[in-house]
Design a protein around this ligand. Structure first.
Ligand SMILES: Nc1ncnc2c1ncn2[C@@H]1O[C@H](COP(=O)(O)OP(=O)(O)OP(=O)(O)O)[C@@H](O)[C@H]1O
Length: 279
């Protein structure tokens, strides 16, 4: 895909707008194993985009390239109009990108509020010394950070558990705390790595609602890897499908659901596509 196509969308209302994320001809191998092979697609601002595919298809590798943990062998990543051969992880926050990981990574002994406020630690301008001895600028910054964390807790209906040690909450709620922490800096692009893994249907339904609210009310563009096809169909605007490192389809849930190549490679007949409808 030529760069000029992948870096921007033509919006009828706003003319040409930069995509929130675009990847262009990405390839990545580990020894003899091809994890990503010539992957190109773009995500429009405000979109909820799922990436699905069988185990080993390259989903995590893709997210790791986009967040700078892996450097691709070839190709480029576009983030809000900037293009990278290797995404600089230390600039991710400045680029307005935030991500969560597959496994819970909360400070279990700290309160929910402290955990969410920790999502702003990279933004502290006052130096560590000023923070430690509590200079006024540092105190002000800390107070502002906590105010933002409180806002996010209210937004995600976590204010009732703000003082609880995060590790004592039910699993589904801990995943919501992770979402709050990833959102507290108000990223333009949020990458979610299997946010619903291990959840009950009720927890999935709950978290889907919160993810949708983040897009609708905060304007966050969301890219998520998810195995539950029912959830994906109900939640996403568009879906990219990977198989053996190749992009085999990219379209709306209806297009993906009816794509014979996707059905052959992934959906088959075993998946209950209707399970998550309406989530
Ligand atoms: N750090 C690594 N070292 C070696 N091989 C890797 C590494 N990361 C991924 N791979 C390989 O790249 C391929 C794609 O893996 P990846 O984890 O991206 O797939 P996935 O779609 O996320 O799978 P899953 O759904 O099981 O998490 C696999 O063959 C995997 O074994």
């Amino acid at each position: 895909m030529p760069a000029v196509l992948s870096e921007a969308f033509v919006s009828p209302a706003a003319g040409t707008v930069p995509s929130a994320l675009a990847v262009e001809a990405l390839s990545l191998s580990f020894g003899g194993v091809t994890a990503l092979s010539d992957i190109s697609f773009a995500v429009a601002p405000g979109e909820i985009r799922a990436v699905i595919g069988p185990n080993g298809a390259g989903k995590s590798s893709l997210l790791n390239v986009v967040s700078g943990l892996y450097q691709p062998d070839r190709g480029r990543v576009w983030l809000g109009g900037h293009s990278f051969a290797a995404v600089p992880t230390d600039r991710l926050a400045k680029l307005g990108v935030s991500r969560t990981f597959q496994n819970l990574a909360l400070f279990k002994g700290l309160s929910v509020l402290d955990n969410v406020a920790a999502g702003l630690s990279h933004r502290l301008r006052a130096g560590l010394f000023a923070q430690v001895i509590g200079l006024p600028a540092a105190r002000r910054e800390r107070a502002e950070g906590y105010a933002r964390a409180e806002e996010l807790l209210a937004f995600l209906h976590l204010d009732g558990v703000r003082d609880r040690p995060a590790g004592t909450l039910p699993y589904g709620m801990q995943k919501r705390v992770e979402l709050a922490r990833a959102l507290v800096a108000r990223p333009r692009l949020l990458l979610l790595d299997e946010p619903m893994a291990g959840m009950t249907l009720t927890e999935k339904r709950d978290l889907s609602g919160h993810i949708r609210a983040a897009r609708d009310d905060l304007g966050t563009t969301i890219v998520l890897i998810e195995h539950d096809v029912g959830v994906v169909m109900g939640l996403s605007d568009r879906i990219a499908v990977l198989d053996y490192g190749r992009l085999i389809a990219d379209g709306t849930p209806d297009q993906i659901r009816n794509d014979p190549v996707v059905i052959d490679a992934y959906l088959g007949v075993a998946h209950d596509l209707e399970a998550g409808e309406g989530i």
